[in-house]
Design a protein. Sequence first.
Length: 456
Amino acid sequence: MRVALLNVIYSAWPRHAGRALMSVCVMLFAGYSYAEQMRAAASMSPSHVIDGAVGFPTTIISNPDVAAAYDAFGNSVAVDDETMIVGVMRDDTLWGSGAGSARVYVRQQGVWVFEAQLLPDDGGAGDFFGASVAVDGDTAVVGAPLWEVAGANAFQINSGAVYVFIRNQGVWQQQAKLTRMNGNSGFSNYMGGAVAVAGDFLIAGAVGSGELRGAVFAYERVAGNWIADEGIYPPPMFDAREFGYAVAMQDRMAVVTSLYVQASTNYGKAYVYARDSDSWALRYYLYPVNGTAADGFGKSIAISNHTILVGAYPDASTGLPGAGSVYAYWSHGGEWRQRARFTANDAMSQDRFGSAVAIVGDNAVVGAPAVDGVGIDQGAVYLFSRSNGNWQQEAKLVDPTGGDGDHLGNAVSMSGPDAVIGIADDDVSETGVDAGSVLVHSGFPAIFSDDLEERR
């Protein structure tokens, strides 16, 4: 067990000097026991202020027998209320090297505890099961974009698959395996590179479909069975590429990105779809105002109420190559408009700000996994709040004990006041190089509320 101090640097600290802060950050690793977590929780103390910075005691718990080198624990994360899913896409399992897995954690009496390991009923070496994860209530979705049918021919490799798990009284079981294999048409679909779920609807990105034009495969759960829809494809008016790179859902709304649109200036787009009676209909498409060619618009996406955030890197519109940015769109009367574009206050070249985004109401978390700290490409996460339509940086999270190539912020997810942050290449021990970890930041300052959406 090692203990680290996570620094949270508040950009406008004088405005909050009088605000009581009660935050807990817990570093989670695969394979730890409930007893270890309880001891860790007991050792934590309230946050404190030191020279304009807020230090959050964090406990790092690892099991060398489980946290193996290059596992990439935390390459993907998802949280919904009291349940968290963590992808471990390079995990060596009974299905072979790099077959992948996912871990489920639940919060009990304020402490996140391990609940289950998710494995597919079938699998294979190098499937990268866990490359993407999503959770909604008692339903978890896990993507395996490199899955291929046993004995695959040259036209069937890397077709990809998506697995659905359901929880019943604390027990998880596989409900479905979803693939799109029609003869030889599955070649390098990479289905499951991105997944999202909302109630009984599920979508999965397949960027390799149609010779890299991409597609999103959609399903609806009816009486426990997942029924395939016709799918969502790039609008014919755009010569899109890698459609389905990032996906997000809210109720009966789906948002999909494509990284390149050849017919325009080669910047990406985001597409907003609504579920009609039996199909997904394009309602709007989003693009970056004053965007530049190949700026990576669409690398990440998130939706909350009437707001969509789209990450863009290597966007260099600030004059800093590879620094990255985030575009914010707001809907009124069904019409989506760009309302803001924001970057880190301390942006530097090649930070990859916008690699991951998450939003709840007027609070947002943005990953910048290549920020240099005490180590090169150590990574950082930025917290933003919105007031009167303006986004303002409130905090920057860094780990002063981190090292080169940790990539803190490679994945982020939010639910209520909680933010889950992946550090997929964290070295957890001498034998756990790039084993990975996950940071859970709970209890944002009071300004991070969830009830300001309608005040615009």
